[in-house]
Design a protein around this ligand. Structure first.
Ligand code: NAD
Length: 433
């Protein structure tokens, strides 16, 4: 099929590249000229494993191209996918200004029937708004709108798209359903065909549930600490039950990233606007933020409550491994708390340094974990990168001033840490000192 994807961020770029790789003819549009220039040179604009290879392959095979011009790019497209950002407004609701701008631009340049699909995460009712925005521009030219929310995870986005467990197709007409079925046919995945509102709701419900799972296990972890139990074993036991499932039961410093924090807020706001106040999700958010503060408390505790002048090496800034995405990363909350308490922070991340420094230019950085930990009074793990899991603990011990490791991601084994002579505190497990 001929597909135009509007927005080449984490979702649009990955979707466009994958659609081209399964045989569709794809043009990706973005209004950021620098991104388009880079993508035309087959250089990935985000860090995502496997992305650049597929980008190069499909550009070379003329399956994939990039443009800043929406009007020319949608001309021949049968499907136009909207994948622009939907950031949070001050009250937490989703800001639809980018969606509105794109919908109106599509309407202005529509010349023949197309299915306009919203892939961005948008509140229930947005599909109807998109229809209105397009229609007010294009008059009688026929089109259908549809909702096809995205479930990929950053860090494994290519794999998640190529091997998607399901796709939800929110449609109003049989014709639109057929177009979207054809688009997804090569993925050979389970298709859930429903109305637009249900598809829109599915995305928020899924993300709110996953966020709830994380906050739930973090609460269990906090209780484990009080009662001398080990949350990793509790989670393993729970996870073997197919009614629960093992994923998202890793206790730590709470969720971050571009989706869960903003989507839970938008979900709460959607409830308020619809006259139903959600009760669980606001608590999920509170637990999530408390978890950051608890880690800072653990660091303070290691120094009998004063961090003044202490050199803290922070390992990991991205909100999770295998991505350079810093949006709502726990590091953005935790590092300022440490600085406020008088600590000196030296931070290192394998890929997110550039993005992190745009957000926290005041933070001292290192080129490697070895440099970050040099003469540190404590090492703090904020992201469970493989590189940190593989740290030689003897080498680490030889570089630091004090062998204190506070592990926000339960990367190391507490017993081994004690044997190596570390003061070691993690989340939901016994403290070793
Ligand atoms: P992003 O900010 O990385 O990318 C958005 C892109 O849209 C940018 O490149 C921007 O330049 C472009 N854009 C904005 N206005 C435009 C316009 N008028 N014309 C052309 N391009 C325009 O965002 P993202 O992370 O890819 O997220 C996009 C949507 O997908 C959001 O609604 C998000 O909630 C949702 N989502 C994200 C993820 C994720 O892991 N990032 C997963 C599932 C769903």
């Amino acid at each position: 099929m001929k597909v135009c994807v509007v927005g080449t961020g984490y979702v649009g770029l990955v979707s466009g590249v994958c659609f081209s790789d399964i045989g569709h003819q794809v043009v990706c549009v973005d209004n950021d000229q620098l991104k388009i220039d880079k993508l035309r040179r087959a250089e990935a604009t985000i860090y995502e494993p496997g992305l650049e290879e597929l980008l190069q392959k499909n550009i070379k095979q003329n399956q994939l191209s990039f443009s800043k011009e929406l009007s020319a790019s949608i001309k021949d497209a049968e499907i136009v996918v909207i994948a622009v950002g939907t950031p949070a407004n001050e009250d937490g609701s989703a800001n639809l200004k980018y969606i509105e701008a794109v919908a109106k631009e599509i309407g202005q340049h529509l010349t023949s029937y197309k299915v306009i699909v919203t892939k961005s995460t948008v509140p229930v009712g947005t599909g109807q708004k998109v229809k209105g925005w397009i229609k007010e521009q294009c008059g009688e030219i026929p089109f259908d709108v549809a909702s096809n929310p995205e479930f990929l995870r950053e860090g494994s986005a290519i794999h998640d798209t190529m091997h998607m467990e399901r796709a939800v197709l929110g449609v109003e007409t049989e014709k639109a359903a057929q177009y979207l079925k054809n688009l997804h046919a090569p993925f050979n995945t389970h298709l859930i065909v429903t109305d637009i509102e249900t598809a829109e709701m599915s995305k928020y419900a899924a993300n709110a549930f996953l966020a709830t799972k994380i906050s739930f296990i973090n609460e269990v972890a906090n209780l484990c600490e009080k009662l001398d139990a080990d949350v990793t074993k509790v989670a393993e036991t729970m996870g073997f039950d197919p009614r629960i499932g093992a994923a998202f039961l890793g206790a730590g410093i709470g969720y971050g990233g571009s989706c869960f924090p903003k989507d839970t807020q938008a979900f709460i706001q959607m409830g308020i606007e619809a006259g139903y106040n959600l009760k669980i999700v606001p608590e999920v958010e509170k637990v999530n933020f408390e978890q950051r503060k608890r880690l800072v408390d653990k660091i303070e505790l290691a120094f009998s409550d004063s961090l003044k002048g202490k050199h803290i090496a922070v390992l990991g800034l991205a909100f999770k491994p295998n991505t350079d995405d810093m949006r709502a990363a726990p590091a953005i909350d935790i590092i300022p708390m440490l600085l406020e308490k008088g600590a000196k922070v030296k931070a290192y991340d394998p890929v997110a340094m550039d993005r992190a420094m745009k957000i926290m230019p005041y933070v001292d950085t290192a080129e490697s974990w070895q440099e970050a930990v040099k003469e540190a009074n404590a090492v703090v793990i904020l992201t469970d990168w493989k590189e940190f899991k593989e740290i030689d603990l003897d080498v680490l011990k030889s570089k630091v001033t004090d062998p204190i490791l506070i592990d926000g991601r339960n990367v190391f084994d507490p017993v081994e840490m004690r044997e190596k002579g570390f003061y070691y505190d993690s989340v939901g497990r016994k403290k070793m000192s």
